[in-house]
Design a protein around this ligand. Structure first.
Ligand SMILES: Cc1cc2nc3c(=O)[nH]c(=O)nc-3n(C[C@H](O)[C@H](O)[C@H](O)COP(=O)(O)O)c2cc1C
Ligand code: SF4
Length: 504
């Protein structure tokens, strides 16, 4: 048997002691590193995830990085996830961070499925020096205070309630920096909308939050108070929303804080369910009367927002406008896609009700043309228009403006965790939990909102120039083609012929 000499024994003991000290030292260093990272994470303001989930939040980036290598074997491909795939989200994140948004090697997009949009490049693209900024558009030419703006990409309605105070602050400041407008959504006007200094579109939801009396009727005095803010440029009557046509806004009780209840004029901590339509708008005539009333009281442009399903009513509406006189028309119509987003909605309405924008937008534009109202009524379009190609398609079809909700949520750092209805949003956007809101730094995210909006307009310009026109608003139906069932594409102008040409 092996016997250790005294000398070997003491060497062995010394080695063991050294190993023990080294072990304790390494563990100590690791603990120290964790403490340093923890302090760094909770004090930094750039990443909501790391601020809300110090230390462990880093794993997200690590796994995301590893995902680039393993996804092709195990997980969803770049173009597979819903509602927004990784390629779309990555574009939005990178645009918001204002970092290099080029990709390498070749497109991972399959250009064969029916419905794919292809733009038509011109052999002689517009030279950089010939490009011009998007031109201004005036909304509400017959009202006392028309609204003129060049901004073609704007922030769609998300109520203070559905989204948090820091999110509203970041959006309103970012909108001011980018020179675009922000829609309040149906939750009324909060001080945070005004604080940012952006142009505001005030939405009158079915509960008339912020401009209602105790019974929920529209109150002209409150309407006047809202209109008195110089920043409030237009009013939008919400008839319906893509994600839940025929259902009013739903704000779960957990999100109805005292402040939100006060701004809306509702009860604290109980579910706020708006009526499923405006009780006082029961026909096209009622709608036109309401538009006239709001316009008279406020002196500002008034339009309405709707998702289109049945569409015969549009002909009746436009006929009645022509009978009453062109001044009676809504100053704009916002058409929302059936696959639009929401804070909370029943699945059958979210999944199965209404027409997607690719059908409803050309339909609306064509009907306006048929009735000779295209110049009078401006068209705002929304619904999954979060990348330059989406926005360029809408402009080709004929939209005057595009708005986005979820694109701007990505700019705020949304990771598509799909918990917006639970008050547990890990990025602080759709929660009133102060601990989780801590991660959303309004100043930092306002810059991202600005960059996202500006880079969007810039890259829509890139597409427009490649099509041979000088600015995005010159895009038309000749500039895009749609892949059909046989795998070949047809021009948008053939699929949806311009009504004026059809009628010749
Ligand atoms: C969190 C959240 C809250 C919303 N709140 C409203 C609202 O108050 N009023 C409204 O008309 N639309 C609301 N929407 C719908 C958006 O304004 C928009 O019409 C829809 O999401 C389509 O745009 P997107 O695909 O860019 O998100 C909300 C959407 C989200 C995601
Ligand atoms: S991170 Fe998730 S819960 Fe938060 S806004 Fe995005 S989808 Fe909604």
């Amino acid at each position: 048997m092996f016997m250790m000499t005294e000398e070997t024994q003491s060497l062995f003991m010394a080695t063991m002691e050294f190993m023990a000290v080294l072990f304790i030292f390494v563990i100590g260093l690791a603990v120290l590193a964790v403490i340093v990272i923890f302090i760094f994470d909770i004090t930094q303001t750039k990443s909501a995830i790391r601020r809300n989930y110090p230390v462990v939040g880093h794993f997200r980036y690590y796994f995301e990085h590893l995902g680039e290598f393993f996804r092709q074997y195990f997980f969803a491909q770049d173009r597979e996830e819903m509602p927004f795939n990784r390629a779309q989200r990555s574009w939005a994140y990178r645009a918001a961070k204002n970092i290099d948004n080029t990709i390498a090697f070749g497109s991972s997009r399959d250009l064969r499925p029916p419905g794919t949009v292809l733009f038509v490049n011109c052999p002689f693209p517009t030279l950089g020096e010939d490009a011009v900024e998007p031109k201004q558009v005036t909304v509400g030419m017959y009202c006392e205070k028309p609204y003129t703006t060049a901004s073609l990409f704007n922030i769609s309605g998300m109520s203070f309630g559905a989204i948090s105070k820091p999110a509203v602050l970041a959006l309103s400041n970012g909108a001011r920096l980018a020179g675009c407008w922000m829609n309040t959504g149906e939750g009324g006007l909060s001080p945070y909308h005004l604080q940012g200094g952006a142009d505001i579109v005030f939405q009158i939801g079915t509960a008339k939050n912020g401009v209602r009396d105790l019974e929920g009727n529209l109150n002209d005095e409150k309407l006047k108070e809202v209109a008195a803010h110089e920043q409030v440029k237009m009013f939008e009557i919400k008839m319906s929303q893509g994600a839940k046509p025929g259902k009013g806004g739903i704000l779960p009780g957990g999100k109805v804080t005292e402040e939100i209840a006060n701004i809306r004029g509702i009860k604290v901590e109980s579910d706020a369910i708006s009526p499923n339509r405006h009780p006082d708008i029961n026909s096209n005539s009622d709608l036109l009367d309401m538009i006239a009333r709001v316009r008279t009281v406020t002196g500002k442009p008034v339009g309405f927002k709707a998702v289109i399903g049945a569409y015969g009513w549009l002909d009746n509406l436009f006929n009645e406008i022509n009978e009453r006189g062109i001044e009676s028309a809504p100053d704009f119509i916002t058409v929302d896609s059936a696959d639009g987003g929401t804070g909370a909605a029943p699945m059958p309405l979210m999944d199965d009700m209404g027409l997607p924008l690719r059908e409803s937008l050309p339909l609306l534009i064509d009907k306006l043309n048929e009735h000779g109202l295209r110049e009078r009524i401006k068209v705002v379009s929304s619904g999954k228009l979060i990348t330059p190609a989406d926005v360029a398609w809408a402009l080709c079809v004929g939209a005057d403006f595009v708005t986005s909700a979820r694109g701007f949520m990505f700019a705020l750092g949304c990771i598509q965790a799909l918990q917006c209805n639970k008050n547990t949003c890990p990025t602080g956007i759709t929660t009133h939990n102060l601990k989780l809101q801590k991660g959303l730094n309004p100043e930092n995210k306002a810059n991202r909102v600005m960059h996202y909006a500006k880079n969007m307009v810039k890259e829509v310009g890139v597409l427009a120039h490649s099509c041979g026109v000088k600015s995005p608003r010159e895009l038309n139906r000749m500039h895009a083609r749609i892949v059909t069932n046989n795998g070949l594409s047809v021009a948008l102008s053939e699929l949806h012929p311009d009504v004026e040409k059809k009628m010749q």
